[in-house]
Design a protein around this ligand. Structure first.
Ligand SMILES: [Mg+2]
Length: 253
């Protein structure tokens, strides 16, 4: 669908690097964290589950092509690899098979990134609200809340049940901000994929990228990230100069 393609590969970044959002807060009120690839090391696990699910239904897809799409929900990922007839015939079966397979075989191998919990705690210590902006299945998110030990720190979280359209649409970030009771323009999103940055910017939020999920720096900058960090630990270490902190100095790019 042309519209979806336009979301995946915008002709130009929503705003030029160094540009300012029309409503630029000096002090953000909330941080919207992506989970997979940002707080939890799970991108490769998701890619393997998708590849295995496609193969189970006779569809061979190269691993690297699937991996480059992780960060989208199934609603946005399936159209990349299946035509309309295939989606009608087996799209729901593949997604259901994948969800079950992931929870059965892969979820237990997911690990928190170093200092992921400390980063969320720092956000709370700074007086910001903390949200998890995810379109994962409810069971996966519950697992990750315990895995990360952030259940008491997180003020709101979204799952696939909260939105009809996953990233790169803005719905996940808009829903998460609404649950937090903040204007998305007063929030900073932290994610590992270009789909996070595109969705966040379309929702009106600012975007910070982490390289931990394996996406190229250029792709994150092009998608609208105003600062890039290696991982949660790096962002925590340089928190005071980051867009998450009061008086941010844009030190991450
Ligand atoms: Mg991610």
């Amino acid at each position: 669908m042309p519209h979806e393609r336009a979301l995946e590969a915008p002709a130009r970044p929503p705003l030029p690097p160094g540009g300012c959002a029309p409503h630029l807060p000096s002090v953000p009120r909330a941080v919207l964290f992506d989970v997979d690839g940002t707080l939890v090391d799970s991108v490769d696990l998701h890619a393997r589950a998708w590849q295995e699910a496609f193969a189970h239904f006779g569809k061979r897809v190269p691993y690297r092509e699937i991996r480059a799409q992780i960060g989208k929900g199934g609603d946005q990922l399936l159209p990349v690899f299946l035509d309309e007839e295939e989606r009608e015939r087996m799209g729901e079966w593949i997604e259901s098979f994948r969800a079950d397979l992931f929870q059965r075989e892969y979820l237990r191998h997911a690990r928190p990134f170093a200092h992921a919990r400390d980063l969320v705690r720092r956000v709370k210590q700074m007086g910001l609200r903390a949200g998890l902006a995810s379109s994962a299945q409810r069971e996966e998110l519950e697992h990750h809340l315990d895995l990360l030990g952030v259940r008491a720190l997180v003020d709101a979280a979204t799952t696939a049940d909260d939105v009809d359209r996953s990233k790169p649409f803005p719905d996940v970030f808009a829903a998460c901000a609404a649950k937090l009771g903040v204007d998305p323009r007063d929030a900073v999103a932290v994610g590992d994929s270009p789909f996070d940055a595109i969705g966040a910017r379309r929702a009106g939020a600012r975007a910070v990228g982490l390289l931990a999920g394996g996406f190229p720096r250029d792709a994150l900058v092009f998608a609208g990230c105003e600062a890039i960090y290696a991982d949660a630990e790096d962002l925590l270490r340089r928190f005071d100069g980051s867009p998450l902190a009061p008086g941010e100095a844009r030190a991450g790019v």
